[in-house]
Ligand binder design. Structure first.
Ligand SMILES: C[S@@+](CC[C@H](N)C(=O)[O-])C[C@H]1O[C@@H](n2cnc3c(N)ncnc32)[C@H](O)[C@@H]1O
Length: 283
């Protein structure tokens, strides 16, 4: 079992994550059922929040950015992503004069944004920040990207995510096959370092799959499979894979489906004291 530093998420390198998502850009939209559910929920919860100049962190294939650009009270949307393949795909799919795309690491927003720091009314992010290992750098950059009255509105994943797959693999070997996700208290603590007013809402989503192969294929096509630094080296042995699948089969529910849980956290965070401005001035 990997122990997690409360505000340092154990993940592969930014380059590995970027490569995996770039490779998945062409297949992502076809299998992004959960991602669409969460993005639509975030957009619905943020109807009144998502206005003005918007930064979309981890914009991926551009679904959230394009939706926001179509709103009358949105002036511009900048989608930032670490994966050039995702940015290329997004710009090929969505043409709108309010939209622009930027290559950059969410954990180093000040360098990616340059003089545009402090100019965004809203920073949104749907299912991207769970890929960031340095949450303090991430949230510090987000706070500094916002205007004093700006709001950060994001969806990310909690540790109960894919717990059935994690359990099934634990019956087969001792490697880590499922990413670890930061717990709510640690997320709250990291947010509190940069925002005065933080709200975290948890929602559990349980999907039903017909086969384990379908689940593992979807995770691969999303660019989300087996990313963790503790993952088994080399190819996963056939015997271990079979043991994992047999274990997962024992979880089949009364409807004949294999349950797949996602623990989703919705974050709404603001400054009330203008401290990001103070740190921006002093930095
Ligand atoms: C699961 S996808 C979500 C995409 C999109 N927001 C959606 O809802 O469909 C995660 C995205 O975050 C991006 N990402 C991961 N780590 C990042 C980082 N450190 N900085 C910027 N983007 C990152 C990935 O390249 C990928 O496009």
């Amino acid at each position: 079992m990997t122990s997690i530093n409360p505000i340092h998420n154990a993940l592969p390198s930014v380059q590995q994550i970027a490569q995996a998502f770039s490779q998945a850009a062409q297949t992502y939209d076809q299998v992004a059922g959960l991602q669409r559910l969460v993005a639509d929920d975030l957009l619905a919860r943020g109807q009144a929040l998502h206005t003005g100049k918007i930064l979309d962190i981890g914009s991926g294939t551009g679904y959230v950015s394009a939706h926001l650009a179509s709103k009358a009270d949105v002036m511009s949307v900048t989608g930032i992503d670490i994966a050039q393949g995702m940015l290329d795909f997004a710009s090929s799919q969505h043409a709108h004069d309010k939209l622009s795309w930027l290559l950059g690491d969410a954990q180093n927003l000040s360098s990616a944004l340059g003089t545009r720091r402090g100019s965004f009314d809203t920073v949104v992010s749907s299912l991207a920040i769970q890929w960031c290992s340095d949450l303090v750098a991430l949230f510090s950059g987000v706070a500094q990207s916002l205007t004093p009255a700006g709001v950060f509105h994001a969806a990310t994943l909690g540790p109960n995510t894919l717990h059935q797959l994690k359990w099934a693999w634990a019956q087969a070997d001792d490697y880590q096959h499922v990413n670890e996700f930061v717990a709510k208290q640690a997320l709250q603590a990291a947010l509190n370092q940069h925002f005065d007013d933080v709200e975290l809402v948890t929602k559990e989503v349980v999907l039903g799959y017909d086969t384990v192969q379908q689940l593992t294929r979807d995770l691969k096509d999303l660019g989300a499979s087996n990313h963790n630094a503790q993952a088994a080296p080399g190819l996963t042995g056939v015997g271990r894979l079979r043991r994992m699948m047999q274990a997962y089969e024992s979880l089949r529910d009364e409807n004949g489906q294999l349950p797949v849980t996602y623990e989703v956290y919705f974050i709404t965070a603001r400054q009330t004291s203008g401290r990001a401005n103070k740190s921006r001035v002093s930095s």
